[in-house]
Design a protein around this ligand. Structure first.
Ligand SMILES: [Zn+2]
Length: 445
């Protein structure tokens, strides 16, 4: 007998949307059918759409070391309230950063205690840790993240060209991807120096210092190295239509590239940055409407593979600086990916692909990311037609600082189920157990 059944939902499967119920036993889906036998726990999903639980492949919960910025406890609750069941934590802004096995172990220990969702970890590629990539792979990282420009944190230096090249050679042998924050250091640093020297330190000055060409150049260079080394390349948070075009060109030339963007690049423009100020500062920055529209077209056409939140919070005082260059760059929006995409009018099947299935496939996460018999029962029940106005009381993140506050968004998450357990229901966290580390299946050359 199943432990849990969900009845009468619109179930979004890889084969299409079916009117059915889902039976769950021992953490996994055992049946998807219109009529299911009774179970001790029965959930009526009439009027609700059932999607695979979100796999947020890009966020920063900053634990250990900077839990006062967010932390796994508050962060994973916010993720669960937004329909997420698994996240990939970036190697920064935790400190020390995840650049060797020792720090990997520390992070796993901290997150295992704190998190109600499952988690996987990105390792870091920085100058000097080439010899530690093997041990990180053995521990189970999903890949290695490198910054091609200043990361904003001295303990996570950017990867110079040789570090990137040799890191890709090693990663290719390990069967793991390299993810890059693609902005040119040469362009952004020189522009920032020149512009601040002229005395301009406002929002306009910040935007001017990070032009689209900085993204295009860095994507192109990373694409070249990916081709030369045979390394899988993942471009995080592409902010512009031109960035997408550069990544697609790299793919056409033979690189194995995946493309990621974030909801904020689809919802907001640089005009919104002027309106909202520091809470909407991120790097690469929000772009003009032309670039945003082109990026959205790429989402609709399937050119973008995955959407991650890049939730990157900080204490509120780090958003309050006279000099806009010194404001922490990061948008805290982990809870709103699903409503943001529903509000944009994206079809449920596309949402499932972009927020769960494609990420699971790309990064070797088995039996997750799609609703199917035999898969883990990671699910979100969402009322697609319902409207909400985002209020402070809705936020589970540690600091109530987000550009989503006050926004009217369609798509209300009603319940989140992680490995068969209800972890979020109607505004309340209901998790009885903790999440755990999920390791990818590697394809070694
Ligand atoms: Zn990030």
């Amino acid at each position: 007998m199943p432990d849990l059944t969900i009845r009468n939902g619109s179930v979004v499967t890889p084969e299409g949307i079916v009117r059915a119920g889902i039976a769950i036993e021992n953490e996994s889906i055992v049946d998807i059918a219109p009529d299911l036998s009774p179970a001790p726990v029965d959930i009526d999903a009439s009027g609700l759409t059932i999607l695979p639980g979100l796999i947020d492949i890009h966020l920063h919960f900053n634990e250990p070391g900077r839990a006062e910025w967010e932390g796994g406890e508050t962060g994973s609750r916010a993720l669960a309230a937004g329909g997420g069941t698994l996240f990939f934590d970036m190697p920064l802004n935790s400190t020390p950063c995840t650049i060797n096995a020792r720090e990997f172990d520390k992070k796993v220990a901290a997150l295992s205690i704190a998190c109600i969702t499952d988690f996987a970890l990105w390792g870091g590629l920085v100058p000097g840790n080439l010899e530690q990539l093997d041990e990180l792979a053995d521990r189970g990282v999903v890949g290695f993240k490198a910054f091609l420009c200043d990361s904003g944190l001295p303990e996570f230096p950017r990867a110079d060209d040789l570090t990137l090249y040799e890191g890709m050679q090693r990663a290719a042998k390990l069967g793991l991807p390299i993810a890059v924050h693609a902005e040119s250091e040469e362009i952004t640093k020189s522009l920032q120096q020149r512009i601040s020297a002229s005395g301009a330190t406002d929002i306009g000055a910040f935007l001017e210092s990070r032009p689209v060409i900085a993204e295009v150049e860095a994507i192109t260079r990373a694409g070249l190295m990916a081709r030369e080394t045979g390394c899988k390349l993942h471009i995080v948070h592409i902010s512009s239509g031109k960035g997408v075009a550069a990544a697609l060109e790299a793919r056409r030339l033979g690189a194995d590239v995946s493309l990621e963007t974030c909801p904020h690049y689809l919802l907001f423009t640089n005009d919104d940055l002027h309106r909202l100020g520091a809470i909407a500062k991120c790097t690469p920055p929000l772009r003009n409407n032309e670039q945003r529209t082109a990026l959205w077209s790429s989402v609709l056409s399937g050119e973008i593979d995955a959407i991650g939140s890049d939730h990157s919070p900080c204490p509120p005082e780090m958003k309050q600086r006279e000099n806009f260059f010194q404001v922490w760059g990061g948008i805290a929006g982990v809870q709103w990916t699903l409503p943001a995409l529903i509000e944009k009018g994206l079809a449920p099947e596309r949402i499932a692909a972009l927020t769960a299935q494609n990420g699971a496939r790309r990064f070797g996460i088995r039996d997750r990311g799609a609703i199917a018999v035999g898969a883990f029962a990671d699910l979100v029940l969402v009322d697609i037609g319902a409207l909400q106005i985002v209020q402070e009381a809705d936020l589970f993140q540690r600091h109530k600082v987000t550009p989503y506050l006050g926004m009217k968004l369609r798509g209300v998450v009603r319940k989140t189920i992680r490995r068969g357990q209800l972890i979020y229901s109607e505004g309340t966290i209901s998790a009885q157990t903790r999440g755990k580390l999920i390791k990818p299946k590697r394809t070694i050359q």
